[in-house]
Design a protein around this ligand. Structure first.
Ligand code: NAD
Ligand code: MG
Length: 397
């Protein structure tokens, strides 16, 4: 039995992961489930999957979970705090870790999983944006296998030659790859008149046309910062540069990304927009396991459209491309500013269009350094958060 820790079990990816795991109880055993504060949902998940440990990063929520489980026959031990997240991500009996915490909060537990040589199913793209060089180097040292869960990266992984998966460090052009086509739906505001964007609400921003996701990534999809973060994520995962990647708007989200070869062949991975497909792919890899996802109805899909991204509408995408070429701690700075700006937008304290403005000002003012270790990355993250917060409090005019 493969022992699995699910970091971020109560989130959108966590719930989809448990759905796939429940279909294969003969193959996978849940070792630990973690969440930040939603202890009631975690309690239900614990009662269904009976892990050895349940971890709440919030101490009061951990106490509530402990109390609620004490009235049942469940023997799961409840732990609290970040150190416990790191422990269940790196415990020696764990084979596989689903890294599905949102944002920089996942940095230490995700890194602990890589450091201890696990098979790491990586959904938490922000940690690769912040510290991709350190993650990939650590994976090479420890023998950890990083399998992408982000649907685009999972699609690219499936379209690349097998040698690429087996030798993560090799160059794409040595495999005959000409470029990667990273697809994007364009989110809920793809056709909204530009003058209306300043007034859009969090509810509208979170109503993604094709995917049902957590709030933060939904807002990132609406600004296309998500695609910017994914561009940086792809550079690390596939050992290439931003110039090797073309971002393509594809509103239907049927093609999840493509790889073009020097002979003109373009390979694409298609499927319904349901994260259980990439999750099952990575769980089973190199075998295939059922995910519960329905067959893709090509007749119903009928047509697939493509277009180029519009930087006036999506300035965050351009900022991410800029951060990728600036290198050093620029991606970590941009990510931190964006997390603060998105949280302020969700609280109703920042206009949608000011997310890009905060990100830009913080990125351009930052003192960049070489991300030689996680402390450097965390310092850049903290300073960028403070700067973003000051801008939001002071107002941007
Ligand atoms: P979500 O908001 O639905 O869930 C986030 C999870 O992280 C929850 O379980 C929450 O308890 C936990 N968490 C939040 N803050 C925490 C903290 N401070 N400490 C510990 N745990 C904390 O998010 P999601 O949509 O499931 O996304 C998770 C990650 O996967 C993100 O990085 C996102 O970009 C990536 N991703 C998601 C999707 C999707 O379809 N939802 C697709 C691709 C990539
Ligand atoms: Mg994605």
């Amino acid at each position: 039995m493969e022992q699995i820790t699910v970091l971020g079990a109560t989130g959108s990816i966590g719930v989809s992961t448990l759905d796939v795991l429940a279909r294969h109880r003969d193959r996978y055993q849940v070792y630990a489930l973690t969440a930040s504060s939603r202890w009631q949902l975690l309690a239900e998940q614990v009662l269904e999957h009976r892990p050895r440990y349940a971890v709440m990063s919030d101490a009061a929520a951990a106490e509530a979970l402990r109390e609620s489980l004490s009235t049942t026959d469940c023997t799961t031990e409840v732990l609290a705090g970040e150190q416990a997240l790191v422990e269940v991500a790196s415990a020696s009996c764990v084979d596989t870790v689903m890294a599905a915490i949102v944002g920089a909060a996942g940095l230490l537990p995700s890194f602990a999983a890589v450091e201890s040589g696990k098979k790491v199913l990586l959904a938490n793209k922000e940690v690769l944006v912040m510290a991709g060089g350190l993650f990939m180097a650590e994976a090479r040292r420890s023998g950890a296998e990083i399998l992408p869960i982000d649907s685009e990266h999972n699609a690219i992984f499936q379209c690349l030659p097998l040698q690429k998966a087996l030798a993560a460090g090799c160059e794409l052009d040595s495999l005959g790859v000409r470029k990667i086509l990273l697809t994007a739906s364009g989110g809920p505001f793809r056709d909204t008149p530009l003058v209306d964007l300043a007034q859009v609400t969090p509810e509208q921003a979170c109503a993604h046309p094709n995917w049902d996701m957590g709030q933060k990534i939904s807002v990132d999809s609406a600004t296309m910062m998500n695609k910017g973060l994914e561009l940086i994520e792809a550079c690390w995962l596939f050992n290439c540069s931003a110039d090797d990647i073309e971002v393509l708007i594809h509103p239907q989200s049927v093609i999840h990304s493509m790889v073009e070869y020097v002979d003109g062949s373009v390979l694409a991975q298609l499927g319904n927009p349901d994260m259980r497909t990439p999750i099952a792919h990575a769980l089973g890899w190199p075998e295939r396991v059922a995910s519960g996802v329905a067959s893709l109805d090509m007749v119903a899909a009928a047509r697939l459209d493509f277009g180029a991204p519009d930087y006036e509408r999506f300035p965050c995408l351009q900022l991410a491309q800029q951060a990728a070429s600036m290198g050093r701690t620029a991606p970590a700075v941009l990510n931190a500013a964006n997390e603060v700006a998105v949280a302020a937008f969700l609280r109703g304290e920042l206009a949608f269009t000011d997310i890009a403005e905060v990100n830009k000002r913080v990125l351009l003012a930052a003192h960049l350094t070489e991300p030689v270790d996680l402390d450097v990355v965390q310092l850049a993250d903290t300073e960028a958060r403070q700067h973003a917060q000051r801008l939001i409090v002071a107002g941007l005019s």
